[in-house]
Design a protein around this ligand. Structure first.
Ligand code: SAM
Length: 219
């Protein structure tokens, strides 16, 4: 999804370097201790946050954890930033960058959970390598996640879901939770779920939402 360029969003990002890392140099390490009050707290990352409803809600509900919204588009980063400022979310940082460089931005074994929500499906076989659950991405996620750290993935796209299950399974990942209709799981699961913008749109059309939680095991 490409968002139409919003000049206000670009300007807001430029005005808030303390909250947004705007296309940082992947050759330089990021010192997260300068950006979070307490780096000993659990770290959770959403890859491809879009307009940010999911990650800003999660950050609001969990003031005892640190969150990073990793998003390619600067307009989307500006929209997440606007909510972060409105809600005064000191535990949320925005990283405007390509997930392909994720291992440059986070230390090995530093993240507890990684969220992939409604990632672009890239349905053509020739674009397989761009899917955020392709094996080269899994390899990178494995590096930055702590042992036992989880990937939580949601999509309405059955093709991307079955591809991702196979890709994770081939990578030797363990599945802790799998649903082919998340919105009709038991009450507790449904109540805990935070909808993303895409999820809201597709669920309203009656599409089932697929979800899984998986980990790389503890070596
Ligand atoms: N997660 C949001 C939701 O569920 O509403 C947005 C979903 S949208 C289909 C996918 C988002 O991922 C877009 O905002 C896009 O810019 C971002 N994205 C795609 N590829 C990315 C990458 N390689 N690195 C970071 N973000 C990426």
């Amino acid at each position: 999804m490409r968002l139409r360029n919003k000049p206000w969003a670009v300007k807001l990002v430029q005005e808030h370097p303390e909250s947004v890392l705007d296309r940082p140099d992947p050759e330089k390490q990021i010192d997260w201790s300068q950006r979070f009050a307490d780096c000993s707290r659990p770290l959770e990352i959403e890859v491809g946050s879009g307009k940010g409803h999911f990650i800003t809600t999660l950050a609001e509900q969990n003031p005892d954890k640190n969150f990073v919204a990793l998003e390619l588009q600067v307009t989307a980063a500006g929209m997440i930033l606007r909510t972060k400022l409105e809600k005064k979310l000191d535990n949320l940082q925005i990283l405007c960058a390509d997930a392909a460089d994720i291992t440059a931005f986070f230390a090995a074994n530093s993240a507890d959970t990684l969220y992939l929500n409604f990632s672009d499906p890239w349905p053509k076989t020739k674009h397989e390598k761009r899917r955020l659950t392709y094996k080269t991405f899994l390899e990178k996620y494995k590096k930055i996640l702590k042992p036992g750290g989880q990937i939580e993935f949601k999509t309405d796209n059955s093709g991307l879901f079955s591809y991702s299950v196979a890709s994770m399974n081939n990578y030797g990942m363990h599945f802790d939770f799998v649903s082919v209709d998340l919105h009709h799981e038991n009450e507790e699961i449904v109540a805990k779920n935070i909808e993303t913008e895409y999820e809201h749109k597709f669920a309203a059309k009656g599409n089932p939402i697929y979800a899984l939680h998986a980990d790389f095991g503890v070596e």
